[in-house]
Design a protein around this ligand. Structure first.
Ligand code: PHE
Ligand code: NA
Length: 476
């Protein structure tokens, strides 16, 4: 009987999968807009500092804890701590919430890809605008649910094939492909007349306000909270994903180096994604005479309205760029989704193993995807709050759609609370040495003092500030 736990086939394969998990919708629609709105290079600097002193430290800790226990998120917290076992539950819950909207947005990408493909193949003189298309899509809940199901079916096929046979294989092909496509889109974007304005929006501090893209400069606390929250979500932290991926990693690998590579790659792709989408969106807005304060550069609008208009304006060639672009976003979404789904699959497989049984991966994968689908149905039929199925209060803020609501539960609450508790647990309960011992198996350089200070003081204080900022933004 097979008793050995599954593992990655190679360290490179693990890296591709971990980077795949990190690089997701967060990079493409969250980062560029927040960066422009909150001070350009200044925001990038705050983000980078947080990524080094908090993100990198938490990344290394999660990978180390997972590898040490050889268990997923829940099993890891059960094995390591008495007081903080319940953090495991947060990690199990998050995939349902995040995937609830991820699958719907992934489904939209499939729809847009198909649409651009048919425009490219058959041509179309009177193409609908991005706004019309998106409105039509949102008001068609059946379509949203169907394409979310298709997205989840793709994920299921990968997850059911296992760690090295499914997840690693997909990312080994998907990540290099994504990178090449990103470069193609960047070249197209930067050669459009007016692209410079978009670059200025992203990189020149204060320009977003000065030029009228956004109304006002956000407060320091909210910049900090925005950068911190974005960084955690973007690096796939505090949701059990990196613990789970780490648990399948070979003892001899260097976790410190791996963590640094993942953090660097995710930040690089986020910046590149910004250079790919923002200049194109701004250039097209300028060309069509849209006032700067009306060009939508954030959230679902950027992906599904503003950018679709960019491709539409380019005619047949634009349809081809549209196919490439939405495929790129789809790959990014899938590689993140399979990491989230794996958190829950691993939980059930670990549990079966503890009871002396060998879990049935395909069956577990199916049931996890099915449960996620139930949440996606709610998000899908809500149509970003436009269908009126759920009575969201008409006030602006977080809860004006099902997407915002599940996002608040996961990204807004479960994640920062989980990260805060995790750093307190490592820093003060099980002690930093536990993690350091694991890190030093594959890494011989110096890190001890830096790690201790970060995990005991800097990370908890940083997470408290992020939480304070989120709460503050919520009530203002
Ligand atoms: N990192 C992904 C993104 O940037 C989201 C994600 C979070 C994926 C947690 C897996 C786990 O979109
Ligand atoms: Na990311």
């Amino acid at each position: 009987m097979e008793t050995k736990r599954a593992s990655w086939a190679s360290n490179l394969g693990f890296l591709m999968a971990a980077i795949g998990s990190a690089v997701g919708l967060g990079n493409i629609w969250g980062f560029p807009y927040k960066m422009g709105k909150s001070g350009g290079f200044a925001y990038l600097a705050v983000y980078a500092l947080l990524a080094i002193f908090v993100g990198f430290i938490v990344m290394a800790s999660e990978l180390a804890m997972g590898r040490k226990t050889g268990q997923g998120a829940m099993g890891t917290y059960h094995a390591l701590t008495k007081k903080f076992r319940w953090i495991g539950w947060l990690a199990l819950f998050s995939p349902f919430a995040v995937m609830g909207f991820y699958a719907v947005l992934g489904g939209y990408c499939i729809e847009y890809m198909a649409l651009n493909l048919s425009n490219f193949a058959f041509g179309s003189e009177s193409l609908a605008t991005g706004g019309e298309l998106f409105a039509a899509m949102l008001s068609n809940p059946a379509g949203a649910v169907l394409f979310a199901a298709l997205f989840l079916a793709l994920c299921y096929l990968i997850n059911r094939s296992g760690i090295s046979g499914g997840i690693e294989k997909f990312n080994n092909v998907g990540m290099p492909t994504l990178f090449v496509m990103l470069v193609v889109i960047i070249i197209r974007s930067l050669t459009l007349p007016g692209a410079m304005e978009g670059l200025k929006f992203m990189f020149v501090p204060g320009y977003a306000v000065e030029a009228g893209f956004v109304a006002e400069t956000p407060s320091l606390l909210s910049v900090f909270a925005s950068a911190g929250g974005q960084m955690f979500f973007s690096l796939s932290l505090a949701m059990g994903a990196m613990i789970t991926y780490g648990s399948y990693l070979n003892q001899k690998e260097d976790l410190v180096k791996n963590s640094a590579i993942i953090v660097f790659a995710d930040t690089l792709v986020a910046t590149m994604a910004g250079i790919a989408v923002i200049p194109a969106a701004v250039a097209n807005g300028i060309a069509s005479g849209t006032p700067l304060d009306q060009i939508k550069l954030g959230g679902p609008n950027l992906l599904f309205v503003t950018l679709q208009d960019v491709f539409r304006a380019m005619g047949t060639a634009g349809a081809l760029f549209g196919v490439i672009f939405y495929l790129l976003v789809l790959i990014a979404a899938i590689s993140s989704a399979i990491a989230l789904i794996e958190v829950d699959i691993t939980y059930f497989l670990d549990r079966a193993e503890q009871k002396g049984r060998k879990g049935n991966r395909p069956k577990v994968a199916f049931l996890v995807c099915l449960a996620i689908f139930a949440v996606s149905v709610l998000v899908g039929i809500d149509g970003l709050g436009t269908t009126g199925v759920f009575p969201w209060p008409a006030t602006a803020g977080w809860n004006d759609s099902m997407l915002d609501f599940v996002d608040m539960l996961s990204e807004g609450l479960a994640m920062p609370i989980g990260a805060l508790m995790m750093s307190i647990m490592v820093g003060w309960e099980i002690r930093p040495q536990t993690v350091l011992d694991e890190l030093h198996i594959g890494y011989t350089g110096r890190i001890d003092t830096f790690y201790r200070i970060c995990i005991k003081y800097i990370t908890p204080i940083g997470m408290l500030l992020v939480l304070a900022g989120q709460v503050n933004d919520f009530f203002s």
